[in-house]
Design a protein around this ligand. Structure first.
Ligand code: TXA
Ligand code: MG
Length: 351
């Protein structure tokens, strides 16, 4: 069902809120990706979220709120750090991990003593939370292990027949998920880079850290047991994906050679590239998806998941993908590309 992204029609919001009140789930837009929402205080709604996504109960959910007062219901301590972050970044793509109050259902926390909370910057999401009168628990509206949906069509492709209503407000503005910041550790630590950059966070809290994941797959999957939801293959598209890193001239050359090698074997190849690279791959025989300008990282982030899904849909057998500069949103872009590649990273050297 179409709903206006700036001034959502009250009748449509009420229809969705009525479903949520009845313990049902609804797909709704946020500024990052589409979410699969249920009333955070109803266990049967939470069960339906996990069932629709085929998501294991070990992966905790983010609680979405529309006003700061809701924080008091969900957490036991609101520190000065929290207040400063809330002031600077909410509503917006920042999820904060705080000590959970006893009122937060077990299915949300996955049995941890912490809870993830965010206030989305999207009129439809905020209107829905207010109409329900309760926080909304919502993971991304994709099947478990698949790429997050940035359009209602993506959500429909993954959840068709599993949800009673999808609210469609067009493509999501940010296109990668929220930054998950743990405020319960000794030093505030980014668990998942996302829509709010490391630099922006450090501008408000200089002590914020991010430890880049190790390249080694086993090392990372071990860490996944400590930091939930950080599985290396979390965002995997259904097509094998390779990420090329290194100087861009070397990346392009190595990708072109790989396209030719695979074409010679009769494979259908897709490439995920920047606008600047298009001429290079024009006659290569690969299916091309250009994500945006190499330095237009907001554009790249917002088209990243659509790019992966589009290449999946044209049924390529392998996706080759370039890397992007790592500042700002680039950290989140790199993280998602590495996860899509499931650790299959190729280092292209200049020789
Ligand atoms: O942008 C977003 O964050 C989107 C939109 C819908 O809000 N939501 C989203 O939810 O990406 P989900 O469930 O796909 O990812 C939430 C991440 C997971 O990696 C989960 O493990 C982590 O947040 N998380 C949730 N609660 C946590 C907790 N208490 N401690 C550590 N990580 C937590
Ligand atoms: Mg997700």
């Amino acid at each position: 069902m179409q709903v206006d992204r700036h001034t959502p029609e009250p009748a449509i919001i009420e229809r969705a809120a009525a479903l949520l009140r009845n313990g049902r789930v609804v797909v709704f837009p946020t500024e990052t990706v589409y979410g699969l929402g249920g009333d955070a205080m109803q266990t049967r709604a939470l069960e339906r979220i996990f069932a629709a996504k085929e998501r294991p109960y070990s992966d905790p959910l983010i609680v979405h709120i529309a006003d700061e007062e809701a924080l008091e219901l969900l957490t036991t301590s609101i520190s000065e750090q929290t207040r400063r972050l809330v002031q600077a970044f909410w509503p917006g793509p920042l999820t904060i991990i705080l000590p959970a109050s006893s009122r937060v259902p077990m299915l949300i926390t996955a049995g941890f003593s912490t809870v993830a909370i965010r206030m989305p910057r999207h009129a439809v999401a905020l209107a829905l939370i207010r109409a329900l009168g309760s926080p909304i628990a919502a993971p991304s509206a994709n099947r478990f292990m698949h790429v997050s949906p940035t359009t209602a069509q993506h959500a429909l492709a993954d959840l068709h027949g599993r949800v009673p209503l999808i609210l469609d407000s067009g493509p999501c503005e940010v296109g990668v998920e929220s930054t998950v910041l743990d405020l319960t550790s000794v030093v505030p630590t980014i668990l998942r880079p996302g829509g709010v950059s490391l630099e922006a966070l450090q501008h408000v809290l200089p002590e914020v850290t991010y430890r880049k994941p190790r390249a080694n797959k086993e090392a990372q999957e071990h860490e996944a047991q400590v930091a939930p939801g950080q599985l290396l293959t979390h965002y995997a598209p259904s097509v094998p994906t390779f990420l090329f890193e290194g100087p861009i001239e070397a990346i392009n050359r190595a990708m072109l050679v790989e396209v030719q090698r695979r074409k010679a074997q009769g494979e259908r190849v897709g490439v995920l590239i920047a606008d600047e690279d298009v001429t290079m791959f024009e006659y290569s025989g690969a299916s091309i998806y250009a994500l945006g300008g190499e330095h237009a990282l907001e554009q790249v982030a917002s088209s990243l998941y659509a790019g992966l899904r589009t290449l999946e849909e044209v049924e390529v057998q392998v996706i080759l993908c370039r890397s992007f500069p790592e500042q700002g949103l680039g950290l989140a872009i790199r993280d998602r590309l590495r996860k899509a590649a499931g650790g299959k990273v190729i280092y292209a050297g200049l020789d």
